[in-house]
Design a protein around this ligand. Structure first.
Ligand code: NAD
Ligand code: UD1
Length: 349
């Protein structure tokens, strides 16, 4: 597994930076391409501090074909992990063109350059959002796919493009068939246990865990809980929260699976990365208080448009085919979130 070189797009971001740590610790050489539109170079400096290894970094936009080709000219890549993308649901409804351009067009440019350089092993960041509002839980990979907002649609479109690419290989035109792992993340939370890297959202967080952490550190006055009338055990929404380090390790398992694949079984497959457990908003608030000793002030408000009652994974396919499972529990998620937030109240700034 070592002496392989991986291109990590969006590697300065939240999940990307944690995955860079795991890749470096496992002995990979990594090259990060990130335009820093939603991240800071400091994250990669901290990755280097944690691992005592070097990250090769290019500040570039994946939509810039010449810039990408120049990176591919300077390095031989064994695979690409593609994190780069915009991810705010609300913003995607206001600026759909920006989302389709950044996510879909950006991915097309990346795929074209990969094909040009005959690099056809890819791990792609998808999301549980592609399951829309599932009829039942836990969610399996073969459930129907749908999306209700432009962000989710970009993930669906990209997944379809990847499946088409893989199908096109059967026409025999390509030198080396594509080998693609689509990873559908459930709700990533937490931070590296060092407290040096973590989630650093711009402005007021949209997601639950960073919001709770910012209430705890005094940046926000109280949490608004979106709805207490869902058909769940306590009326609040239930999600599958997964520690970001467990999630990062899933990418290494996916790479291992791609690299160990025989030439005639190269394909495009989707995998859920979740714990298989669902926790409510109140479970999360209570766990955070229990672990940190800090009370979180909250009020119940109306449901947030587009939210669903319950969403959690059946992670058995990832266990069977990637030999991946989560190690960390809810307490680890809370402790590490707080360690990052309390050590870095202003994020990387
Ligand atoms: P993030 O915003 O922290 O990281 C994304 C990185 O990509 C950022 O560093 C950003 O600067 C970079 N980037 C964006 N557009 C780019 C472009 N055109 N060219 C180069 N770099 C670009 O987000 P994250 O939470 O680390 O998410 C990583 C991926 O995982 C995204 O594709 C996201 O949609 C997906 N995902 C995230 C979550 C989540 O809850 N965080 C859940 C499911 C899926
Ligand atoms: C959101 C996105 C989803 C994305 C996922 C991971 C929406 C509608 N969906 O999902 O597309 O894949 O993040 O990035 O934005 N909550 C509160 N108060 C808050 C924040 C959240 O009560 O201030 C509740 C929500 O109603 C939900 C739970 O906490 O029940 C988790 O919310 P969040 O962290 O935003 O994730 P998702 O809604 O699962």
């Amino acid at each position: 597994m070592t002496n392989k070189t991986i291109l990590v797009t969006g590697g300065a971001g939240y999940i990307g930076s944690h995955t860079c740590v795991e890749l470096l610790n496992a002995g990979f050489t990594i090259v990060v391409v990130d335009n820093l539109s939603n991240s800071k170079i400091e994250a990669l400096k901290r990755v280097e501090r944690i691992t005592e290894k070097t990250v090769v970094f290019y500040q570039a936009d994946i939509r810039d074909k010449d810039a990408l080709a120049s990176v591919f000219n300077q390095h031989h890549f064994d695979a690409v992990i593609h994190f780069a993308g915009l991810k705010a649901v609300g913003e995607s409804c206001q600026q759909p063109l920006a989302y389709y351009d950044n996510n879909v067009h950006g991915t097309l440019v990346l795929l074209q350059v990969m094909e040009q350089f005959n690099v056809t092993d890819l791990v792609f960041s998808s999301s549980a959002t592609v399951y829309g509002d599932p009829h039942t839980v836990p969610i399996k990979e073969n459930f129907p796919l749908s999306a209700t907002n432009p962000y989710g649609k970009t993930k669906l479109h990209i997944e379809e493009i990847l499946r088409d690419l893989s199908k096109a290989d059967s026409f025999g035109a390509k030198k080396r068939p594509w080998n693609i792992a689509i990873l559908r993340y459930f709700n990533p939370v937490g931070a590296h246990h060092s407290g040096l890297i973590g989630e650093d959202p711009n402005g007021v967080p949209n997601n639950l865990m960073p919001y709770i952490a910012q209430v705890a550190v005094g940046k926000l006055s109280q949490l608004s809980i979106f709805g207490n009338d869902y058909p769940t055990k306590d009326g609040t929404g239930v999600r599958d929260y997964i520690h970001v380090v467990d999630l990062a390790k899933g990418h290494l398992k996916a790479l291992e699976a791609l690299f160990s694949c025989h030439d005639d079984s190269r394909s495009c497959k989707a995998y859920n990365l979740g714990t298989g457990k669902g926790y409510s908003v109140l479970d999360m608030v209570n766990a955070f208080s229990r672990v940190t000793g800090l009370a979180i002030k909250y009020q119940f408000v109306d449901r947030r448009e587009g939210d669903i009652a319950e969403c959690y994974a059946d992670p058995s396919l990832s266990a069977d085919e990637l030999s991946w499972q989560t190690d960390k529990n809810l307490d680890d998620m809370m402790r590490d979130t707080w360690s990052w937030q309390s050590n870095n109240p202003a994020g990387y700034a």
